[in-house]
Write a protein that binds this ligand. Sequence first.
Ligand SMILES: Nc1ncnc2c1ncn2[C@@H]1O[C@H](COP(=O)(O)OP(=O)(O)OP(=O)(O)O)[C@@H](O)[C@H]1O
Length: 395
Amino acid sequence: MLATPMLQLGAVFQPSIATCRSFHQGTLFGAHLQPLPLVWPSQNQLCQCRPESVHASTPLEAKHETSPSQRRNASEAVASAFWNARCEFGGAREQQDGRSRQARRTRCSAFVAAPASPERMEDVEENGEVLIECKDVYKSFGDKHILRGASFKIRHGEAVGIIGPSGTGKSTILRIMAGLLEPDKGEVWVCGKKREGLISDEDNPPLRIGMVFQSAALFDSLTVQENVGFMLYEHSDIPEDEIKRRVTESLMQVGLYNVEQRLPSELSGGMKKRVALARAIISDAQEERSSDDREVVMYDEPTAGLDPIASTVVEDLIRSLHVKSINPATKEPGTIASYIVVTHQHSTIRRAVDRLLFLHEGRVVWEGTTSEFDTSQEPIVRQFAEGNLKGPIKY
Ligand SMILES: Nc1ncnc2c1ncn2[C@@H]1O[C@H](COP(=O)(O)OP(=O)(O)OP(=O)(O)O)[C@@H](O)[C@H]1O
């Protein structure tokens, strides 16, 4: 059984750029900078800091009043940084050899990457290896029955959007796919293997998974530079000057300049999201990837709260990182083999993904391409696409 996480939350959370391992064995600092015992017993259990654990009442919660959003943000910062670190650097990947570990800098994404052609999408749909399959997945929180038999497949090479009304379980299914949450019923198959438990229980996850959380999940007490460079500081011997250079480069790719020394509290919501994306990009810069790599990057509402132009920057950035997109200037592909985007935003639906899963009342009620989304006469799709008050979706 996992011990109750004793997270200190919000702005006082202070990992102090310790190593992931020593952090697990080390201390967290509390509201008055009192060291608090860290209760993660092993690296494999790092995912226990997932938000639903933090929703539970903890000793700290009683001691220091924190809002649910602070708790969620702190837990996601921990989960995001360490869990991505584990996915990036732990397990099977460390055993890989013959693969260049030379740093590869993600190329500037100042272009509009083209969506996949219909032929290419057909090919992926017919021949792509199934990376994740959810079979009849159920999940409830107390008496709220959120997922009620969700079934679908994510194939290698796909850019998939999960859409649907608020509260319908989009983030929940993303967390289940990521292995941060267990379904109550149903199965999740990852690369042909049924997942038992959480990703933290797997020694050699068959699929590399990256996650960009909805809340941006930054460490409030670290500067932008420390947040973005977190993985490189923790898990590489890259000289500090080089890390700084890469941080600046990543930030430029998401349209941020001269913010390295700011704290997250000094940024707008949209800027935080872009910093989170910059962190995801820089974590990508550790070694060469190929389009055969089994990996999925999951973005939970990456453009929520952004103005239309900032949304476009982020959408194009997501698109340009995909292996299926070719930078027209350099003719080079991106590096992210497959990705999933949970979103409400119409611009993101049209600009950042190729195939859509429509989740409603806990099930996938419609699947199709983004162009089919525009032409489908399914009442539920039309209502959602047009924002009608009348239709099968009741508010
Ligand atoms: N850990 C949790 N504990 C309790 N309830 C939860 C938890 N996680 C999600 N929920 C509830 O489950 C429901 C579905 O949440 P989820 O975030 O998956 O929906 P969503 O479709 O992503 O919504 P939105 O589009 O508004 O972000 C919500 O009512 C939410 O409050």
